[in-house]
Design a protein around this ligand. Structure first.
Ligand code: C2E
Ligand code: CA
Ligand code: CA
Length: 520
């Protein structure tokens, strides 16, 4: 209500001013002209009424002129004063709105910067605390932007309530908030930040949905780090982001190393984009064999980046980077095309039973935008997918298993087979095996590394393999590097293996020749 009234008043003011300077000037001139004429006509008549002595008449004319000037001065003063008051009130209000966030009514980023500038100029020391809500996107996505706005207003209120007089809270933008806490108390600051965070309720409910509320927080101290306002904000943001990347819900204090990470991140992102644009990425293929007989049953496509400047760069390094920047879509699409071309070539040579595995990043699988695109691409590709295996890592789909299962179903309806990759790392759970409709299970190489020395691992492998086989899921053991491991694994029937012992990915030229020779 209050805001409505304010907005109405502001609009009226604006109308008064914007109605045009000509109109305003005309109004003043008209009033002046009207009263001027009135004065001349009436005052001359009045004078004649008092006297017909010419000397006296001309003396009175002088006084009349003086009175006229005084009256017009007064009139112009009143008119101009009125107008300038309206204009200055309007500009004051305009200035207020330029510094206030409309949604939360908190000071905005510009005001926070101004406040920082003042404190820096006054040589005051302070902590700049940069808060970002974890997973705010989920609220916007599931309940819509209006609910997201209400949630932000509530957070602003709750943060505001626990604020002390000397502290300053602002909404930086989106789901970012900033707090200035004066002082240098490095011991008390942790506790103070915890207090502020715990002033916000742990759960937020709306429309039968319940959300856990948490923050990622970046902190920087001035003058320990002597920068201007915008650099302080940037660095506090970087510290926050670093915490977000390593698991959220954390408070991190800015360190120079974070800055170096960001610079390197930007450099590598640019280099990777160049490599994509110049088509410098290639695809290698590693054989997947029958473990007991060594017969080649399939292969896995693995992307490679040989950088002109930095030499070989491991996918373990650039794939996570590409997932963060969104470049993964281009990469996986490129690999997918290569896989489809290889598949068609194999078919042409009569090799219909060789399967090819394709790693599909979970960022694509779980994205509402990239996944439908991937499905569409696949539909337009005119390929029999029954021998293509999409490899998905378990860790990434666990957060939203229902969505993942639905999408895996969509892939399967196009014919793709599904493999659960890197099983045994992270959240692995045998119960997932029952829920996720997979065709293959790839046991991570960390399992195999220890298998001979570590009895516990051997027991786990036993139970995983027998459970998978009971569910009719094919098991592939990854990372078989030596004969001892191979011998040990031969006790299991019907499993497949992939590893340097059988074949190295870079020797894929030989692999294709071997397959073709075996066929003819
Ligand atoms: P991954 O899917 O688990 O792929 C198997 C990795 O194990 C490959 O590493 C392969 O070269 C390596 N490897 C195979 N046999 C052995 C062995 O006997 N010993 C050892 N120590 N390693 C072995 P690579 O090619 O470096 O790829 C690493 C990861 O990068 C892959 O793990 C996969 O998660 C990802 N990746 C690779 N290519 C792509 C791709 O085209 N798209 C996506 N989204 N991810 C990819
Ligand atoms: Ca894989
Ligand atoms: Ca793997």
């Amino acid at each position: 209500m209050e805001t409505d009234k304010k907005q109405k008043k502001s609009a009226e003011l604006k109308n008064q001013i914007i109605s045009g300077p000509q109109v305003e000037a005309l109004k003043i001139a008209a009033v002046y002209g009207f009263f001027g004429m009135l004065w001349i006509l009436l005052s001359d008549r009045l004078l004649l009424f008092f006297t017909d002595d010419l000397v006296l008449y001309s003396q009175f004319q002088t006084y009349k002129g003086i009175i006229y000037v005084v009256l017009t001065v007064f009139l112009i003063y009143v008119l101009v004063y009125k107008r300038t008051r309206v204009i200055s009130r309007y500009f004051n209000r305009l200035q207020d709105t330029a510094f206030i966030d409309r949604l939360t009514r908190l000071p905005n980023r510009a005001k926070l910067s101004e406040k920082l500038d003042v404190m820096i100029a006054d040589k005051q020391s302070f902590y700049l605390v940069y808060l970002n809500l974890d997973d705010f996107r989920i609220i916007n996505d599931t309940l819509g932007h209006l609910a997201g706005d209400r949630f932000l207003q509530l957070i602003a209120d709750e943060l505001g309530e626990s604020l002390r007089k000397e502290e300053f809270l602002a909404r930086i933008g989106g789901d970012d908030f900033g707090i200035i806490i004066p002082g240098t108390d490095s011991e008390g600051i942790d506790q103070r930040i915890e207090e502020i965070k715990s002033g916000v309720k742990k759960y937020w409910s709306s429309d039968n949905h319940r959300f856990y509320v948490s923050f990622s927080v970046g902190v920087i101290h001035y003058p320990t780090h002597t920068y201007d306002a915008s650099e302080l904000l940037k660095r506090a943001n970087i510290a926050m982001y670093q915490g977000k990347k390593t698991g959220k819900r954390q408070t991190l204090y800015f360190e120079d190393e974070y800055m170096r990470n960001v610079t390197e991140h930007i450099n590598m992102t640019n280099k990777l984009q160049d490599a994509i644009d110049r088509e410098e990425l290639t695809v290698h293929y590693q054989a997947v064999c029958e473990l007991r007989t060594g017969t080649i049953r399939g292969m896995e496509a693995l992307v490679r980046w040989q950088s002109e400047e930095d030499g070989f760069i491991s996918p373990d390094y650039f794939i996570p980077l590409a997932e963060e920047t969104g470049q993964i879509f281009e990469i996986d699409n490129f690999v997918f095309k290569d896989v489809v071309a290889r598949k068609k070539e194999l078919e042409k040579n009569g090799l219909l039973n060789i399967s090819i595995g394709l790693n599909l990043s979970s960022t694509i699988l779980m994205s509402d935008i990239a996944f439908p695109k991937f499905l569409n691409n696949s539909k337009n590709m005119d390929c029999d997918y029954t021998k293509l295996v999409i490899e998905i890592t378990e860790t990434a789909i666990i957060n939203d298993l229902d969505v993942a299962i639905e999408r895996i179903g969509q892939l399967k309806s196009l014919g793709f087979k599904i493999a659960l990759d890197d099983f045994g790392t992270g959240y692995s759970s045998l119960t997932h095996l029952k829920r996720i409709p997979i065709d293959m299970l790839k046991l991570d190489q960390s399992f195999i590394e220890q298998i001979i020395d570590n009895e516990k691992d051997a027991v786990i492998i036993d139970s995983v393999i027998s459970m998978a086989q009971n569910l009719d899921v094919l098991v592939i053991v990854e990372g078989v590097e030596n004969a001892e491991q191979l011998e040990y694994l031969k006790k299991y029937d019907k499993i497949r293996a992939q590893g340097y012992l059988m074949h190295r990915p870079e020797e894929f030229g030989k692999l294709f020749q071997k397959i073709e020779r075996a066929h003819t």
